[in-house]
Design a protein. Sequence first.
Lengths: 80, 609
Amino acid sequence: METVSLPLSHLEEGQSALVLEIKLTGSMARRLQDLGMVPGTCIRCERIAPAGSPTAYCIRGAMVALRRSDADNILMERRV
Amino acid sequence: MTPLQIQKKTPSDLVVALVGNPNVGKSTVFNFLTGLRQHTGNWPGKTVSLAQGRYEYCGRGYLLVDLPGTYSLITRSEEERVTAEFLESGCADVVLVVCDATCLERNLNLVLQVTEKVKNTVVCVNLLDEAKKADTQIDLTGLEQELGVPVVGTAAGSGQGMERLQAKLRAVGEGRLKPKPTTMSGTLCGNEDFLAETYVRRAEEIASRVVCCGGRGAVWQKKLDRVLTGKFTGFALMLLLLMGLFWLTIQGANYPSSLLQAFFDWLREKLENLLQFLPPYITQPLLDGVYATTAQVISVMLPPMAIFFPIFTLLEDFGYLPRVAFLLDHRFQKCGSCGKQALSLCMGFGCNAAGVVGCRIIDSPRERLIAILTNAFVPCNGRFPILISLILAFFAGSGPWGSLQAAGMLTGLVLLSILMTFAVSKFLSKTVLRGEPSSFAMEMPPFRKPRIGQVILRSLLDRTICVLGRAVAVAAPAGLVIWLVCNIQFQNQPLLYHLTTLLDPIGLLLGLNGIILSAFILAFPANELVIPMILLAMSAQTLSLREILTDWTWKTALCTMLFCLFHWPCSTTVLTIYKETGSKKWTFLGVILPTIVGVLLCLACNMVL
């Protein structure tokens, strides 16, 4: 069992990972915090839009859609 | 800072502030308690609207103030500021935090922030019926111990637990029950980021103790989402739903419209009798001008809106609309905007003014402005009759095949207007409204059974009647102006004749004529007036458009339809744009943008075809 780190946007549908680091600033970072996204939070990729963006993630029991450009800046840790 | 004007009916009324995340059923709780005894108002100086309502319980009055849905009190958005300010002002005797039992952990973040600020708090864990379906159990007593404030479990949609809730609110409000929230003041130091994280972790800790999550949520929800956001099925369904909505609105509105017209004709006779003692120079402008125009606007405007808005609100309640934004966000992002514009665009199909107000859901001011300025590019309910009449008169055959052709052409025109919206949005975002794409984090709530009775009542009162009121306020004076233009003589001809003659050269250049152009100008109060104005200008009393328009070619009809799609917004919309943006500059842009597009398109059509 090893852990890999990858951006949130690289998660496929059905895969989960833990938040390692949020490389966003300002209102977006705060917004994600409000939605419960802090280091260590488990996030599951639920559904990717046909155009590739946004993607719906399950964060603490709620589905939240995030754009690919934002998900690129959230580093996750996954056990493979 | 002046707080919201609270109107207590009696001095002993208790003020209850209602807070909670979006989509937790806060409005259900509010509506259940206050029924129709409520009104919506604006927080002074801000565009956030707040509802206040009153109910009585055990001989005492309670004033509920419905604060905007927020995720936390720390972030600095308009909604969060309003909520935080209100809670800090001490206006509220009790604060009621409504939570969603199906995602309690996330909701606890706000609960903890509220109890940190206000001691007199009651927590309502709502949507217990949904939680049960999702196999989630909540230990309410345990939660009460952890938080130190009273906790009541409810399913507001069916009224479950509401009696207990009212009892608890009474107990806390009257001071007989004194909550002792477990504060975290010991650990709360450091910057805002650290603060926010602390709340999140504490919420996680509490949830792990009181929430028992069984399965992963209903399977049918996932299946439905798969269909609604699928590559082909998603878009196909969206198109079908939109077409279905149009068809229902148009078909369903015919009969009520003619009924209303008959009613107004009957009423007019009565009025004529009543006012017969007045001289004709007073009764004629009143009856033929003000009354006739207002009656026309109401009978044509009201039925379609009374069908469109409730259905739209039902879709909203069900949870479908975020899926639309989910599908279209990428497209809108490429045009410099965001997926929520799709929703205000859909509202615009009902009424452009309502669509402009609907732009409030867009967080970024820049993107909100783009959505407001482009809303008038889509045809509202008032413009559909024009398009349909012209299609049927000039382009479609008869019988069922003809109807299909007509439906196809209408859909084509609507798609054209949507394409134009994208193009102009992109243009705006590259020129006057340049900026970075905003932060987009959109919650997609689980599908819920819409509360049909509530929805229909709410949308009738809020959206339909409100827009209608504004339209009537504008139609009445406009009717007077129209009557004057048609009846005041100058050089032996009515003013209208002079107007149409003056506009003829410009009209012909655009593939129209002076009469059509005058009709559009005089129909500034409401697009519903265009056809009546054309008929009026041709001094005809019959209603068959095809018979009248013998000197029109199909090119004229096409240019008229294009101009109908792209011309200045109606006066109600212009007023609404001004109210929402607070700026004359942007309102002016909102007026000339569609006009320029319409003029250019008509010119092009006229030259090329």
